[in-house]
Design a protein around this ligand. Structure first.
Ligand SMILES: Cc1cc2nc3c(=O)[nH]c(=O)nc-3n(C[C@H](O)[C@H](O)[C@H](O)COP(=O)(O)OP(=O)(O)OC[C@H]3O[C@@H](n4cnc5c(N)ncnc54)[C@H](O)[C@@H]3O)c2cc1C
Length: 350
C-alpha cells in the first residue's frame, strides 16, 4: 500500500453532482479529491437539454468543461483521479482530524475529513430486446430532456406491467404534457396487457381515461413486443410484435421499471456504513426528520446530509428525479455544508 492522501473533502463521483460539489468546495481553498470511475447515468445520450446556457450539449462535453475549469482555476487544492473507490469507512477515533478512510482500486489509501457521495443511479429497463441499446437515444423517458425533438412525427408510449402502480401517472402526463408536441400517429404499446379487459386497462393505467384516449385517436397495441431495432436508415425504430406485425416510429417513451445504486457504488452504500437502508429508488436515505435542518423531510436536496455525521449525498445518489441542473445545485449544497461542518469543528478547537 502506498502513501496516504489526506484531504478535507473526498468526493466519490464525477458526474454533474460531484463536479459541482468540487467547484463549490474549491472556492474555500480547502483540499478536495474527486474520484470518477466513468459510469454515468446518461451514458449514450448524445444531446442533453434543460441545462440553461448549454442546450443540446453533449453530456460528456459538459462534464469535460466542468473538469477543465476545475483544473484550470483550482488545481492548487483540487485533484481529479480517474478510478474507483472500493472501500469506505468511518473511523471511530473522535480525536483524529480525519473521519473517513477510503481505499481505491489501486489500493491507495485516502483519509478525508468529509465525504460527498455523488455516485449516481442506474435505471432498470424492461427486458425487451433492443431497449438497452436504444436507451437515451431513440427510447427516451422524459419530455423535458428529449421530448421536444420528437414533435410532429409518429410516437409510441410503452407501458409495462412492472410499472402498473405508476402507469396511471404516466398516462396522465401523456395527456397533459405530451399532447402539445402534436405527434402525428400516437401509439400506446401495452406489451401484453390486454386493453380489451378491465384488468388489462387497469394495469396499463388506461382505465380512467380510456374514453378520452380513444376520442383523441391513440392507437393501442396490446401484443407483446418481440424486438426493437433501429431501421437501416437510422431514422426510426422498428418495433416488431409477437404476432409478426410491426410499426415504425422515430422515437418512443418508456419509464424505467426501477432504479438501483450505480454498480460501482454498491460496495459502499451498505446499511452498515450508511446506518440506514437505501430508500425505495435505491437512493441514499435523507436524514431523519428529527435531525433535518427544517424539521421537514428534504425535498429536492435542501438537506444534503445523511444519518452519518460528515457524510453527504448529491445528485441522483440521493434523489432519483434530479436532472443535471438539480444535481448541480445539490452538489453545491453538499459542498457548502461540508465546508461549514469543517469550519465549525475547527472553530471549537480555537
Ligand atoms: C437516458 C437519460 C437521459 C437524460 N437526459 C437528461 C437531459 O437531457 N437533461 C438533464 O438535465 N438530465 C438528463 N438526465 C438525467 C441526468 O443524467 C442525471 O440527472 C445526472 O447525470 C445525475 O448526475 P450525478 O452526478 O448524480 O450522477 P452521474 O452523472 O450518473 O455520475 C455518477 C458518478 O459516480 C461515479 N461513481 C459511482 N461509484 C463510484 C465509485 N465507487 N468510485 C468512483 N466513482 C464512482 C460514476 O463513475 C460517475 O462518475 C438523463 C437521464 C437519463 C437516464
Amino acid at each position: 500500500m502506498s502513501l496516504v492522501t489526506y484531504v478535507d473533502l473526498l468526493i466519490v463521483g464525477g458526474g454533474p453532482a460531484g463536479l459541482s460539489a468540487a467547484t463549490a468546495f474549491s472556492r474555500l481553498k480547502r483540499t478536495c479529491l474527486l474520484y470518477d470511475s466513468g459510469v454515468y447515468r446518461n451514458e449514450g445520450v448524445k444531446h442533453a437539454h434543460l441545462i440553461s446556457g448549454y442546450e443540446h450539449c453533449s453530456p460528456s462535453d459538459f462534464r469535460s468543461k466542468m473538469k477543465e475549469d476545475l483544473l484550470k482555476y483550482y488545481s492548487d487544492t483540487f485533484e481529479y483521479r480517474p478510478g474507483r473507490i472500493t472501500n469506505l469507512r468511518k473511523l471511530d477515533d473522535q480525536s483524529k482530524e480525519w473521519d473517513f478512510e477510503a481505499i481505491d482500486d489501486q489500493e491507495r489509501l485516502i483519509s478525508a475529513k468529509k465525504v460527498v457521495l455523488a455516485t449516481g443511479l442506474k435505471d432498470r429497463l424492461p427486458d425487451i430486446q433492443g431497449v438497452k441499446e436504444q436507451w437515451g437515444k431513440k427510447i427516451i423517458h422524459c419530455i423535458f430532456c428529449h421530448g421536444t425533438e420528437t414533435a410532429n412525427a409518429p410516437f409510441a408510449f410503452l407501458l409495462t406491467k412492472a410499472n402498473a402502480p405508476m402507469n396511471p401517472k404516466l398516462v396522465e402526463s401523456m395527456l397533459k404534457l405530451w399532447r402539445s408536441l402534436n405527434h402525428t400517429d400516437k401509439y400506446i404499446l401495452t406489451h401484453g396487457m390486454d386493453f380489451e379487459t378491465e384488468q388489462g386497462r387497469k394495469d396499463a393505467g388506461l382505465e380512467e381515461k380510456y374514453d378520452l384516449i380513444k376520442k383523441l385517436g391513440y392507437k393501442i397495441i396490446s401484443t407483446p413486443i418481440r424486438s426493437i431495432t433501429e431501421t437501416v436508415s437510422q431514422n426510426a425504430l422498428e418495433i416488431k410484435f409477437e404476432d409478426g406485425k410491426q410499426i415504425q416510429v422515430p422515437a418512443m417513451l418508456l419509464f424505467p421499471e426501477g432504479f438501483s445504486a450505480n454498480e460501482h457504488a454498491t460496495s459502499l452504500l451498505t446499511e452498515d456504513f450508511l446506518e440506514d437502508k437505501l430508500a425505495m429508488f435505491g437512493t441514499i436515505a435523507p436524514p431523519s426528520k428529527e435531525m433535518s435542518m427544517t424539521g421537514l423531510p428534504p425535498r429536492m436536496g435542501d438537506d444534503p446530509r445523511t444519518n452519518v455525521h460528515g457524510l453527504f449525498w448529491a445528485g441522483n445518489s440521493g434523489s432519483a428525479f434530479a436532472n443535471v441542473t438539480i444535481s448541480l445545485a445539490q452538489g453545491q449544497n453538499a459542498a457548502v455544508m461540508a465546508g461549514d461542518q469543517i469550519g465549525e469543528e475547527e472553530m471549537k478547537k480555537l
